[in-house]
Design a protein around this ligand. Structure first.
Ligand SMILES: Nc1ncnc2c1ncn2[C@@H]1O[C@H](COP(=O)(O)OP(=O)(O)O)[C@@H](O)[C@H]1O
Ligand SMILES: [Mg+2]
Length: 311
């Protein structure tokens, strides 16, 4: 991958990130009247490294995301090809691999954020909760509320901390101030930010530090009560202390959410994930429990990558 291409992709990621409002945008033509919001889940803390017993057991239960022979094309060029993998609920799945191997493409395909890029095409099956997300009748607003996304660079809206989090719930039709107060407080608790910001909810989100902004973006994503949280290199713009806080948060959130995280940092994948998928040149090369992929990879390319011989 040459530098220009790398820069181009970074600016694409930024464009998409800048369009985060698309995640919340109302599709007036199709949106049904929003259902009343269910009570917020309260994640409990479960800090472990690698697969949790729950995550291993989860293999026995139904996957929440199923990809079968999934391809995604930019024009004629495949971003990913023939991806077949099941992603299990209430666990962290890491996607690793060299730059340009299709990690972001696959991630963005899950909630159809790639639709924002012109001249693209998907083929094969990619289902969330049994529903192929590429079928015509899929309501993108509902899909993106179920499958939230956190980007490489924190991208809070230029609004107050409160209004950032209340944005999605307000679009869902929640108007009552006391209910919005509850949601904002719960989401900030869940994103491990409440203690730091509880006395300044009216302050601009842009005045927070980078690490706080990223946790705010996680809180904002939680506010629409997603089942799945997609994270594309969520710590790559953060310092080590802020990275540690976000990693701790990811491990905590796995109790109640399905998290799919793209990372180029293998130590991070090893620290936070239960399962790891290794992509190379647009293909899925190896997928299994993180412990196995890192200690006993079955594929030579995986071994070469994790031992630092390429990538
Ligand atoms: N907007 C785009 N237009 C054309 N090609 C793209 C675009 N985004 C990504 N690609 C191509 O798709 C492939 C996978 O890219 P990407 O998913 O961004 O990889 P990664 O996230 O692993 O670095 C690369 O070859 C890249 O050049
Ligand atoms: Mg990427």
């Amino acid at each position: 991958m040459d530098i220009d291409k790398e820069n181009k992709m970074t600016s694409l990621d930024q464009t998409i990130a800048a369009n985060t409002e698309a995640l919340y945008a109302r599709d007036e033509s199709k949106s049904p009247t929003p259902a009343p919001a269910p009570a917020m889940p309260t994640p409990s803390i479960a800090v472990t490294v690698g697969a949790t017993p729950e995550a291993e057991e989860a293999v026995c239960c139904e996957p929440i995301i199923t990809s079968k022979g999934f391809d995604f094309y930019y024009g004629k060029k495949a971003g990913v090809r023939d991806i077949t993998m099941d992603i299990y609920p209430c666990a962290v799945t890491a996607i690793i691999g060299p730059s340009g191997c299709g990690k972001s493409t696959f991630l963005r395909s899950i909630n159809r954020m790639n639709d924002l890029i012109p001249n693209t095409r998907a083929a094969g099956r990619l289902a969330v909760n049994g529903q192929n997300v590429y079928e015509k009748q899929v309501n993108l607003v509902n899909l993106r509320q179920q499958v939230g996304m956190v980007f490489q660079r924190p991208n809070p809206f230029p609004k107050s901390i409160f209004d950032n989090i209340a944005y999605g719930p307000r679009l869902q039709g929640i108007r009552k101030r006391s209910r919005l107060d509850e949601i904002v407080e719960q989401c900030l608790h869940d994103a491990a930010l409440w203690k730091e910001v509880k006395d300044e909810l009216k302050k601009s989100a842009l005045a927070l530090s980078g690490g706080q902004q990223q946790r705010l973006c996680i809180a904002r994503a939680l506010a629409t009560k997603p089942k799945v949280l997609l994270m594309d290199e969520p710590c790559s713009a953060l310092d080590p202390v802020a990275t540690g806080k976000v990693e701790e948060l990811i491990r905590k959130l796995r109790t109640n959410y399905t998290i799919v995280i793209v990372t180029h940092n293998m130590q991070q994948a090893a620290r936070v994930s239960d399962r790891t998928a290794f992509f190379c040149l647009g293909e899925l090369i190896e997928y299994g429990l993180t412990r196995d992929v890192f200690t006993n990879p079955t594929n030579e390319q995986t071994e070469a990558y994790i031992t630092g011989r390429f990538g």
